[in-house]
Design a protein around this ligand. Structure first.
Ligand code: 6PG
Length: 234
């Protein structure tokens, strides 16, 4: 068993609705703590489908939206209006009428090429002046997290660069991706990983045993950022 000092907690739920409520409350708690300390909270949120019910719960909570800066953990290199856009999903699922004062970082501006967008996003994130207070991440059944996909062109840069954001080209996705780097995520105050179903649990446990086998292992084999893992059976 790998010594995983980063693994602060591992919570398992019979029903996803239970996990959603716990994670939403945890995010709110971390946001409030960050504002208490820094006057503002900087958070990074995953795309995909697993976190959407959590975002829907947060949308109805009286969060201090005007003291909140949100970035996607990664983005598909598509237009904002396209269904695949993570920014578009966050705007639809997380930001309600009370969230007008929020700052939402756009990773994909659809510049000349993904590298140009990544460089622009990197500068935007650098101007925030400090690491994220919390990042919520998902995981694919192939062991990717953010857009650290296995065999992606640029994955080595994402896992080694000191930049905040880089472009990668996964063989498994229809479009290039922009993603936070390992350096950006491991400097985060708190990492929350949310996964669902038996298949992903098996991959997660496999990654705990052999981190080098999956990109998500870079979150598991580190002593920088405390990691809380939440899993739901359904
Ligand atoms: C994305 C996400 C990605 C996601 C996993 C899991 O852009 O898709 O950031 O890393 O968390 O692919 O996706 P699901 O939650 O939809 O299974």
């Amino acid at each position: 068993m790998l010594e995983t000092p980063a693994l602060a907690s591992e919570c398992r739920y019979a029903r996803a609705v239970e996990m959603h409520a716990v994670v939403a409350a945890r995010l709110w708690e971390l946001i409030d703590a960050a504002i208490e300390t820094h006057g503002r909270a900087l958070i990074a949120l995953a795309g995909g489908s697993t976190p959407v019910p959590i975002y829907n719960l947060l949308r109805e909570m009286p969060l201090p939206w005007d003291q909140l800066t949100i970035s996607p953990t990664d983005e598909r290199w598509v237009q904002l209006e396209e269904p695949a856009s993570n920014e578009g999903m966050l705007r639809r699922e997380l930001l309600g009428p009370d969230a007008a004062g929020v700052e939402l970082v756009s990773m994909a501006r659809r510049a000349a090429d993904p590298g140009a967008d990544a460089a622009a996003a990197d500068q935007t994130l650098a101007r925030l002046g400090r690491p994220f207070d919390v990042a919520l991440l998902g995981m694919g059944a192939d062991g990717h997290t953010a857009s650290w996909f296995p065999d992606a062109r640029g994955l080595d840069v994402a896992l080694s660069s000191q930049r905040h954001c880089v472009a990668v080209e996964p063989p498994a996705t229809p479009e290039p991706r922009l993603t936070l780097t390992r350096a950006a995520l491991l400097s985060t105050g708190n990492l929350l990983l949310v996964i669902g179903g038996a298949e992903k649990w098996a991959v997660y446990r496999d990654a705990i045993a052999d981190p080098a086998r999956y990109p998500v292992g870079a979150l598991l084999q580190q002593q920088s950022a405390p990691l809380d893992v939440y899993w739901a059976a359904d």
